[in-house]
Write a protein that binds this ligand. Structure first.
Ligand SMILES: Nc1ncnc2c1ncn2[C@@H]1O[C@H](COP(=O)(O)OP(=O)(O)O)[C@@H](O)[C@H]1O
Ligand SMILES: [Mg+2]
Length: 211
């Protein structure tokens, strides 16, 4: 098994691809803390509240958002609407009691934080290795390859890729091959998201299978 880095930045090929589910599974499996630097939209709940709910971890495992915006929009747009200025300098890696930390981005990769910077600039500012979450099925080669090439363009340390959902071996093979991805994992569709299902999916995904 490839050693999972102590700190990981989770991004996705899109919004709603399963970043928060993966974050919760990694937090549960590793006993890691969680930080969502930018949250845009609070309904039905914030990602921090969701991960708290799914993992059952105490409040001490959670670091407050640097920017928690009301509107479910791109962070740059939500901030502009709300008269807030987001600066890269605002984001400082939490000095945590937990050694391990899972950081969750907002939306996909090319998501603006302000008129100057996008999510990969935040990854580089924080200096964290990145895990890219993608859908497992039809259409994912395109979205995943575009995200990988963009991350490479920014010089981000891309640690691995997770294909979330029903297994699709030819997509796994294509992304490993064309993306030069060593750590390629498949995370299962969970019947219901619970502490137990998150933990067993963590073990099956990251512990039992060679990437
Ligand atoms: N592997 C999975 N098994 C079951 N439900 C999932 C899985 N991945 C994502 N979901 C569901 O899909 C929705 C979007 O997932 P989420 O993790 O919130 O995406 P993101 O953080 O990328 O926006 C949620 O309702 C979540 O419960
Ligand atoms: Mg999320």
């Amino acid at each position: 098994m490839e050693q999972i880095p102590d700190k990981l930045f989770i991004t996705g090929t899109d919004t709603d691809v399963g970043k928060t589910v993966l974050a919760a599974s990694l937090c549960r499996g590793l006993g890691a803390g969680y930080w969502k630097p930018v949250q845009a939209g609070r309904q039905p709940m914030t990602d921090t509240e969701q991960v708290k709910h799914w993992t059952g971890h105490p409040d001490s495992f959670f670091y407050p958002e640097t920017h928690c915006l009301d509107l479910p929009m791109s962070p740059h747009a939500a901030a502009e609407e709300e008269g807030i200025e987001i600066s890269l300098d605002d984001f400082i890696l939490p000095d945590f009691t937990q050694k391990r930390l899972i950081v969750e981005g907002a939306g996909g990769v090319m998501v603006p934080l302000n008129r100057q910077y996008m999510i990969p600039d935040l990854m580089n500012k924080l200096g964290l290795p990145v895990l890219l979450v993608a859908r497992s099925g039809l259409g994912t080669i395109n979205h995943t390859m575009m995200s990988i090439l963009t991350l490479k363009h920014y010089g981000v340390d891309l640690w691995g890729v997770v294909l979330n959902g029903p297994r699709h071996p030819s997509n796994e093979d294509a992304i490993r091959h064309f993306g030069y991805i060593k750590n390629l994992y498949s995370f299962p569709q969970l019947g219901s998201v619970t502490q137990e299902s998150l933990e067993s999916a963590f073990i099956n995904t990251f512990m039992h299978h060679a990437p």
